[in-house]
Unconditional design. Structure first.
Length: 479
């Protein structure tokens, strides 16, 4: 059995495997903050795919006005939250926890509230709100709770090196930890010792004068000693480098730190793994066994296994990969990685969130609003005259074109395979079924590239790979 599918204990719960769906914005809720049918269906779909831990998107612990955001700030939200927890438990074997968040105010004018403007009474209210929300999460049947201390929001802003407070809540790292530790202690006091409490925080702020892993190691150490049952690491997502858009509130994922939070196709696989690796090493050196969730563009089973075996993380977080194919855990567990619908890492989902639109995967069939489900086992076929794959090197790019494949159920897309020189063909990109072309811009003069294309259907069944084609951009220029 793969190490990924060994059960693992996290606090008072046992996960059936090491795969985690980190909290991910869907914008499916209304302004009322209530769980609706779309929210329930989205998370039940993730649970049905077999992921070990579902972390439900951030839900507010307080009543400040915001856009479509789930809420857990009073008992009026409890019936929907109870239904959501039950739907996830009914759908799959994994555990489900809500991520709970406190955020500061922002305005379309560009103004935003900062932590140095909060009074001591305001800070006490934050602690109170987290404690009551966590207690409500337990009462609603969730298996634990995750405290949101990451990105641009209140607790992360206290942790930040850019925290401008001049009192006991700012300056030194220990002071910046004061509020997060108070929140953790209050939550633990409310829910008791046996109810798992996780924490997600930023291991590298990825902004000028922000903190990086040396601070993150100590933050994790204090949180673990303070009673956190797991730590989940992210990066960036800060207001400080956000790109202002006139008439819209600042969105903390539009700058470089936003890119680092969700590494796109231009970044290598596992771009952020130096963060959990450093944090886990610090915890283990201190004699702590607190599980660490590693995330940041982990897409293949072999790579995910290596994350665990090499000690970079104990659990593997995969948000966009699971959005593209919620059945990824089940397929991996059956040795069917070849049937997984691979994420493009084109960050269309991120752009939808940035535009305040519902977050669907660009690979899904239009208007379906959900990852498709299919029990089909018959792979797609190329037309009788073959795929007709052609490669044209021009203008510093390689343009691939091919004929459309067909399937008895429905086509989903194409997998583009690429090799450099005489190396092996490996996954390079995914293309939606509506297109029969791909432009490779990551090529250089003097190299020889080989390509093939495989069609896949709604169930992820792959058809036969096309015959290879070769492209060269020309010889190296002379002296």
């Amino acid at each position: 059995m793969s190490i990924l599918f060994e059960p693992v204990a996290v606090g008072g719960m046992t996960l059936p495997n090491r795969l985690v769906l980190p909290a991910m914005v869907t914008r499916l809720s209304g302004e009322d903050g209530l769980v609706n049918a779309d929210v329930r269906a989205r998370y039940a779909r993730f649970a049905a795919g077999g992921v070990g831990l579902v972390v439900v998107e951030a839900m507010a612990v307080h009543r400040s006005k915001s856009g479509p955001l789930l809420r857990i700030s009073s008992d009026e939200f409890a019936p929907g939250l109870r239904d959501l927890a039950a739907a996830c438990h009914d759908a799959g074997p994994g555990r489900v926890v809500p991520q709970i968040i406190h955020f500061l105010k922002i305005a379309r004018s560009g103004w935003r509230q900062t932590v140095d403007t909060l009074s001591l009474e305001d800070i006490d209210a934050v602690v109170e709100a987290y404690g009551l929300a966590a207690l409500r999460a337990r009462a609603c049947g969730f298996d634990g709770v995750e405290l949101h201390m990451a990105h641009a929001y209140t607790l992360s802003s206290f942790l930040s090196r850019l925290n401008a407070r001049k009192d006991d809540y700012g300056g030194s790292l220990e002071n910046r930890l004061r509020l997060p530790l108070r929140v953790l202690a209050r939550v633990r006091g409310e829910v008791g010792a046996g109810f798992p409490v996780g924490v997600r925080f930023v291991g590298d702020e990825c902004v000028r004068n922000g903190y990086s892993t040396p601070d993150a190691e100590l933050i994790a150490l204090r949180l673990a000693r303070g009673g956190a049952d797991y730590v989940s690491l992210s990066a960036g997502g800060k207001f400080e480098d956000a790109r202002p858009i006139e008439g819209e509130p600042l969105y903390p994922y539009t700058g470089y730190s936003g890119d680092r939070c969700m590494p796109g196709a231009q970044y290598p696989e596992g771009a952020n793994l130096y963060i959990p690796a450093a944090v886990r090493s610090k915890l283990r050196a201190a004699g702590l066994t607190t599980p660490v969730v590693a995330a940041g563009k982990i897409s293949s089973m072999a790579f995910a296994e290596e994350v665990v075996r090499s000690g970079k993380g104990d659990l593997v977080g995969m948000a966009r990969a699971l959005l593209a194919d919620p059945d990824l855990p089940a397929k991996w567990s059956r040795g069917e990685e070849d049937r997984v619908v691979r994420c493009l890492y084109g960050n269309v989902c991120k752009a939808l969130d940035e535009s305040f639109k519902r977050v669907d995967c660009t690979l899904w069939p239009k208007k379906l609003g959900q990852a498709p489900r299919s029990d089909d086992r018959v792979p797609p076929e190329w037309p009788k005259d073959g795929p007709g794959l052609r490669a044209e090197a021009r203008g510093g790019t390689v343009r691939l074109t091919w004929r459309a494949a067909t399937d008895g159920d429905a086509m989903y897309g194409y997998q583009v395979l690429r090799a450099e020189g005489e190396g092996p063909l490996v996954h390079h990109a995914s293309v939606r079924a509506a297109s029969t072309r791909y432009e490779d811009v990551r090529v250089v003069v003097g190299e020889r590239y080989r390509y093939a294309v495989r069609p896949y259907d709604m169930a992820g069944n792959r058809g036969a790979a096309s015959p290879e084609v070769v492209a060269e951009l020309g010889p190296l220029p002379g002296p």
